[in-house]
Design a protein around this ligand. Structure first.
Ligand SMILES: O=C1CCN([C@@H]2O[C@H](COP(=O)(O)O)[C@@H](O)[C@H]2O)C(=O)N1
Length: 364
C-alpha cells in the first residue's frame, strides 16, 4: 500500500469519483486501467454499402410502410406516425391500486418517425448545411406542435445497428408523453435546486467554466460549445450547449440554428473520423418541459443535447454498461480530458470526403 501522502494526485493515473450535477450521481474514473492489455479485436468492420434508394425500405420516399401507408416522394425531412407506437393518444386508465407497492398511472402520447433526408446513403455530417438546418427547424416545429399539449417531447436518434437502430436511413424519433419521463424529471429537479442555490442556470455557468478551462472542449463556436462533460460515463460522450440562456429548441434564433447545424456537422465529423466509420450513438435533446409547464417559470433550465456513443477502443470494441455499472455505479477508464483531447485533435474534414478526393486524384 503506497503512502498516499507522498503521491500527488493525477486524474489520468489515480482512481477517483466525479459528480454529475445533472443526475445527482457519481461516476468512478479508473484511468490507470488504460494500461490494461487489450486482447480483444481491433479490426474495422467491413464498410456496409447502403444504397441511396432501396425499394424495400419503408423509410424511403414513395415506399409502402408496414401498415400499408405510402410515404410521399419527399425531398427534405419527412415525418410520419410510428406504425408500432409505444405511446398512443388514447388508452383507458389502469385505475389506481391503493397499495403503495403497486402504483400505476395512465400513459398517453404520440410517436413520430422523422426522416432527415430522402437519401439512405447520407448521414448528418455528410449533409449540406441548409439540409441540417431543415432538420433543426423540423425538430423545433415538432416541439412547438406537440409541446402545445404534451408536457414532454423527446427528440432522440438511435444511430447504427450497435444502438439497436433498425434502419440505416437517416432518421430520428420524436415521442410526446402526458408525463415527464424519469431522466428529464431528474434533470429538472437538479437544475432547479442548483438555480435556487446559485442564482444562475447550472448549464449556463457550466458552459462558461468549460470554455475557460478548455481541457474538455471538443468543438466551439460563438453560439455553441461541445464538451466531453467532466462527469461523462460513456467513453466519448459529449454534451452540446448553447452559450446564451435558451430554454427550448423552439427559442433558437435563425442564426443560432445555423450555428447549431455547423457545430453538429463538426462534432459528428470528428466522431466519424475517430475510428473512420459512421460512429454509432444515441442522442437526444433536453429542454424546459412544455404543455402546462409553458406557463411556469423555467428559468433554471438550459437547452442541451446528450450524445451517448458506445465505442471505446476501436470500431468494434464497445464499452459495456453491465456488471459493476448496473449493480454499483457507472465506471470509466479513459478520462473525459483524454477523450476530449483525442476528439479535439481530429481533422474537421470527413474521412469519406478525403477518401473520395484521393480516389478522384488517382483516377485523373
Ligand atoms: O414500416 C415501418 C418501419 C419502421 N417503423 C418505425 O421506424 C422506427 C425506426 O426507428 P429506429 O431504427 O430508431 O428504431 C421504429 O420505431 C419502427 O417502429 C414504422 O413506423 N413503420
Amino acid at each position: 500500500m503506497s503512502d498516499n501522502k507522498e503521491v500527488s494526485f493525477d486524474a489520468k493515473d489515480h482512481q477517483h469519483l466525479r459528480y454529475n450535477p445533472l443526475r445527482d450521481t457519481w461516476v468512478l474514473v479508473s484511468a490507470h486501467r488504460m494500461k490494461r492489455p487489450w486482447a480483444g479485436q481491433v479490426e474495422k468492420p467491413p464498410e456496409e454499402h447502403i444504397p441511396r434508394y432501396d425499394p424495400g425500405n419503408p423509410l424511403c420516399p414513395g415506399n409502402t410502410r408496414a401498415n400499408g401507408k405510402v410515404n410521399s416522394h419527399y425531398d427534405s425531412t419527412y415525418v410520419f406516425e410510428n406504425d408500432f407506437p409505444a405511446l398512443q393518444p388514447d388508452a383507458p386508465d389502469p385505475g389506481s391500486d391503493q397499495h403503495p407497492l403497486f402504483q400505476s398511472k395512465a400513459a398517453r402520447g404520440v410517436c413520430k418517425v422523422m426522416c432527415f433526408h430522402p437519401w439512405s446513403d447520407v448521414t448528418l455530417p455528410l449533409m449540406k448545411m441548409h439540409e441540417v438546418v431543415k432538420v433543426i427547424d423540423k425538430w423545433a416545429g415538432l416541439v412547438e406542435e406537440l409541446g402545445a399539449t404534451y408536457p414532454w417531447v423527446q427528440i432522440f436518434e438511435n444511430k447504427g445497428a450497435m444502438m439497436g437502430c433498425s434502419n440505416p436511413h437517416p432518421h430520428c424519433q420524436v415521442w410526446a408523453s402526458n408525463f415527464l419521463p424519469n431522466e428529464p424529471a431528474l434533470s429538472d429537479r437538479c437544475q432547479r435546486s442548483y438555480y435556487q442555490k446559485h442564482g444562475e442556470p447550472m448549464l449556463q455557468q457550466y458552459a462558461r467554466q468549460e470554455a475557460e478551462r478548455k481541457e474538455r472542449v471538443v468543438v466551439e463556436s460563438p453560439d455553441w460549445l461541445a464538451v466531453v462533460p467532466y462527469w461523462a460515463t460513456w467513453p466519448y460522450q459529449t454534451l452540446l450547449l448553447p452559450r446564451r440562456h435558451v430554454l427550448r429548441i423552439t427559442d433558437l434564433t435563425t442564426e443560432e440554428r445555423e450555428g447549431l447545424a455547423d457545430i453538429m456537422r463538426r462534432l459528428l465529423t470528428k466522431y466519424d473520423n475517430l475510428f473512420e466509420i459512421s460512429f454509432p450513438y444515441s442522442m437526444g435533446w433536453h429542454g424546459a418541459p412544455t404543455g402546462p409547464h409553458l406557463k411556469e417559470d423555467n428559468s433554471h433550465w438550459q437547452l442541451h443535447a446528450h450524445y451517448y456513443p458506445p465505442l471505446l477502443r476501436s470500431a468494434m470494441v464497445k464499452k459495456f454498461m453491465v456488471g459493476y455499472e448496473m449493480l454499483a455505479q457507472e465506471q470509466r477508464d479513459l478520462t473525459p480530458e483524454q477523450a476530449a483531447e483525442k476528439l479535439r485533435n481530429l481533422p474537421e474534414e470527413h474521412y469519406k470526403n478525403r477518401e473520395n478526393q484521393e480516389k478522384g486524384g488517382k483516377e485523373k
